[in-house]
Design a protein. Structure first.
Ligand SMILES: [Zn+2]
Length: 299
């Protein structure tokens, strides 16, 4: 049972809280089972209140296992680049209005997909997937290959924040990943699932951790669920990401700044009720996944 947090740095606060809850009250494990907590894949982003890592790379767009796909950007991202990534410090510039205009012109879904898909063309831009595999993912991949090569079954949960209704979770499958049926997983987790062969998701991503897992663990049955805990509106989250990115690249970049505080609130709201919900939802998903994973295990 593998629980991953902090792929997106600043999102690790909620993931850490869930892991502390799991350490306080661990799930029941069989003698040959294990709970693995990956605490913060992107520690730089957590320390500096960034979603990206020390090279401005979005690690959930960086898990490419093949060479030769480290270039390019969706055509619509290229058109949106001046709007998304202005080369100037944070300033009021009618972003919401201009983004809405882009949505009217190109379609809201197309704009959302182009932004979140991942891009390898603008190294200072949002959702940059990098020009090579980053050190964090490299260490993680090496560790997985060394330590889990004998595993029969791995259920991985990758916990994120920022998408979906406030204080509620959305469970997202990765297309082509997983051996169990959607119905079986939904019954086990007692939640609806999105993505993969389940209901459609807001956008699809290239170079995600989840897509890489089955190829890294070819001897195991791999299940993967990305858990999103909703915070605020998509506009508020994307605006906060954009302002923090400007402050990082074109301002002084220190953490004691309004752009950093806004991003922290966008991805880890201060309200105790939200934080309680995030920790509880994170731990509960692991309890259910572990119960299912180890019940299915062959004696
Ligand atoms: Zn995330």
């Amino acid at each position: 049972m593998l629980h991953i947090t902090g792929v997106h740095g600043v999102e690790a606060f909620a993931g850490s809280a869930a892991q502390l809850a799991l350490l306080t009250a661990p799930p029941t494990l069989p003698a040959d089972g294990a709970l693995i907590l990956l605490h913060v894949l992107n520690p730089y982003g957590m320390a500096w209140l960034r979603r990206a890592n020390e090279h401005n790379v979005d690690l959930n767009r960086n898990f490419h296992l093949d060479s030769g796909i480290w270039t390019g950007a969706p055509p619509l991202y290229k058109r949106l680049d001046p709007l998304l990534n202005p080369a100037s410090p944070p300033a009021r510039d009618a972003f919401a209005l201009r983004l809405a205009a882009a949505g009217m012109r190109h379609g809201v879904h197309a704009v959302r997909q182009a932004i979140a898909h991942g891009q390898h063309r603008y190294p200072r831009g949002l959702f940059y997937g990098g020009a090579e595999l980053q050190p964090g993912p490299r260490l993680f991949i090496d560790w997985l290959r060394q330590r889990l090569d004998m595993a029969e079954g791995v259920f991985a949960v990758d916990m994120h924040t920022g998408l979906g209704p406030h204080g509620e979770d959305t469970l997202i499958l990765e297309p082509g990943v997983g051996t169990a049926s959607v119905a079986a997983l939904q019954a086990a987790l007692r939640r609806p699932l999105r993505g993969g062969s389940a209901a459609p998701v807001a956008y699809t991503v290239r170079g995600s951790l989840g897509a890489a897992l089955p190829r890294l663990l070819p001897g195991a049955r791999v299940e993967f669920v990305l858990q999103e805990i909703g915070t605020w509106s998509t506009l508020r989250v994307i605006s906060a990401l954009r302002e923090e990115n400007r402050w990082h690249h074109f301002g002084e970049g220190d953490v004691d700044h309004a752009a950093k505080r806004r991003l922290l609130e966008a991805l880890c709201p201060a309200s105790p009720a939200w934080r309680d919900a995030a920790a509880t939802l994170g731990a509960d998903l692991v309890y259910r996944a572990a119960a299912w994973l180890f019940a299915e295990r062959q004696p």
